[in-house]
Design a protein around this ligand. Structure first.
Ligand code: CTP
Ligand code: CA
Length: 222
């Protein structure tokens, strides 16, 4: 990381970023999760920090080390992430929800290890709280950015999430291409704003994508 890249454009700004997957426990030894690596969220935290922002990074379990000079709050489940976000969102200037939050969690967490039986097994799942929807409903002044991971109808779904969740912008992530996105080092996204601007960020490293996203947010804040 180069000192020369650092500026003070976001000095005094408070930025909340969520990153990584969540883990939903089934029993003491098992959980449900997804392929998110956390790389996009960590790169965003780094890019915001390099502009001088005070960054709080709420992260699910990942295998990468956090950027220097960010406050790292580790969580496991979607419910944990919701709690941490609720504690911190109010005095933030910018909130970026890049985490891949579980939509469902097992309705019952067994306190003893489940034993196998003959035949199939059914797990009853219940919905988690949509943290981003909560933020869209509750926010006052915060610039709120969501992510949309889609495999089909990408533009339509992303635009409907932007409106429904009352976001200021959404980063559209086409996860149908296995070589980029989700668990990869590379990504390619489209940044959409609530007033209809569309910026394509061509395929590059997640570090470059993150810096471009932060620059686009900066432009919207001015
Ligand atoms: N999100 C969230 N809380 C959840 C689920 C999703 O905050 N319980 C956020 C994600 O962090 C992301 C955005 O919502 O910023 C979109 O997530 P995505 O999975 O693409 O959309 P969903 O609204 O969950 O809808 P679906 O999975 O059905 O496409
Ligand atoms: Ca989802």
């Amino acid at each position: 990381e180069s000192e020369t890249n650092r500026s003070n454009a976001w000095q005094g700004k408070k930025v909340l970023i969520t990153a990584g997957p969540t883990r939903e426990a089934l029993d003491p030894v098992r959980y449900l999760t997804n392929y998110s690596s956390g790389k996009m969220g960590y790169a965003l935290a780094q890019a915001a920090m390099e502009l001088g922002a005070e960054v709080t990074l709420v992260s699910g379990p990942v295998h990468i080390s956090p950027p220097q000079r960010v406050q790292l709050l580790k969580v496991n489940s979607a419910a944990d992430m919701y709690e941490k976000v609720k504690q911190h969102y109010q005095d933030m200037d910018v909130i970026i929800k890049s985490a891949a939050v579980a939509d469902y969690t097992p309705a019952h967490v067994h306190n003893k290890k489940l034993k196998k039986q003959e035949g199939t097994m059914t797990v009853e799942m219940e919905r988690t709280t949509d943290i981003l929807q909560f933020l869209g409903n509750e926010k006052t002044h915060q610039f709120l950015v969501g992510f949309a991971a889609e495999t089909d109808n990408v533009m339509d779904y992303a635009k409907s999430k932007l409106t429904r969740k009352k976001l200021d912008a959404i980063v559209m992530n086409d996860v149908s291409n296995k070589d980029i996105g989700f668990a990869s080092d590379q990504n390619e996204v489209i940044f959409l704003t609530k007033d209809g601007k569309e910026h394509s960020i061509p395929q590059s490293s997640k570090k470059d994508i993150a810096e471009a996203i932060i620059q686009l947010i900066d432009k919207e804040l001015r």
